[in-house]
Ligand binder design. Structure first.
Ligand SMILES: *[C@@H]1O[C@H](CO)[C@@H](O)[C@H](O)[C@H]1NC(C)=O
Length: 222
């Protein structure tokens, strides 16, 4: 038996009315006539997401920090580390690594890569257009303040000048009179500070005197 066009149309209307509700929640519905089977699949409503598998997991790490330069030292960069207790072979870095944040000395396994360029201490992020720079806390008025905080930011440091003297990292600013330009302090949570006073003299509570030095072995190590 062959259905006429009008017959099929009437059948379709009757079926979709009868299937009201149920048809809505299903991707399609099937009409079966004695000698033919017709499967109707509605078009994707405009503006809805296509029915293809969508990724459900988002890698947060790649959204919040650069990939980084890796664990092999890149040409033109250095590790920077302390060489005396209690931070012997602890390395300059941030937590999370390769991101703006407090400068600290921590494990070689997450060490950052740095160099001094035009008085800036620059961190290699693996993307030469997006370096990080060490900033130094600028006192509001008292430039004898004993400790100056340090951290990394995406823009250049407006206060003072970094330099290597031998392999030691130094910082100086005309406003700050220092006895030893290479004197640093590592305090609570391994945070790194400029020590504006004398090295190993009246060390602030909770801090350790350190100098920090560049190191250019291929891999940071203990
Ligand atoms: C980071 O740099 C921007 C631009 O120079 C500055 O406005 C902001 O205060 C800096 N933030 C920190 C925490 O240094």
């Amino acid at each position: 038996m062959i259905l006429s066009t009008w017959g099929l149309l009437a059948f379709l209307v009757a079926s979709s009315v009868a299937g009201n509700g149920a048809a809505k929640s299903e991707p399609g519905f099937t009409l079966t006539a004695p000698e033919m089977t017709l499967t109707l699949v509605p078009d994707e409503p405009y503006g809805r997401k296509p029915r293809v598998p969508q990724p459900t997991a988002v890698n947060m790490a790649t959204e919040t920090q650069a990939a980084g330069p890796g664990t092999t030292l890149q040409k033109g960069w250095y590790w920077i580390r302390a060489v005396a207790a209690p931070n012997y072979h602890k390395y300059l870095q941030t937590k999370p690594a390769v991101a703006a944040g407090t400068a600290m000395l921590e494990s070689y396994t997450s060490a950052g890569q740095f160099n001094v360029v035009d008085g800036q201490l620059v961190e290699n992020t693996g993307d030469e257009d997006q370096s990080l720079y060490m900033w130094v806390e600028k006192p509001v008025s008292d430039f004898t303040q004993r400790t100056l905080a340090t951290w990394f930011n995406t823009t250049k440091n407006p206060f003072g000048t970094f330099a290597f003297q031998g392999d030691a990292l130094t910082w100086s600013a005309p406003e700050v009179k220092r006895q030893n330009l290479a004197a640093w302090l590592v305090c609570k949570n391994q945070a790194l500070f400029i020590n504006t006073g004398a090295y190993a003299y009246q060390t602030p509570a909770g801090c350790s005197d350190q100098t920090i030095h560049y190191y250019n072995d291929a891999h940071a190590n203990n």
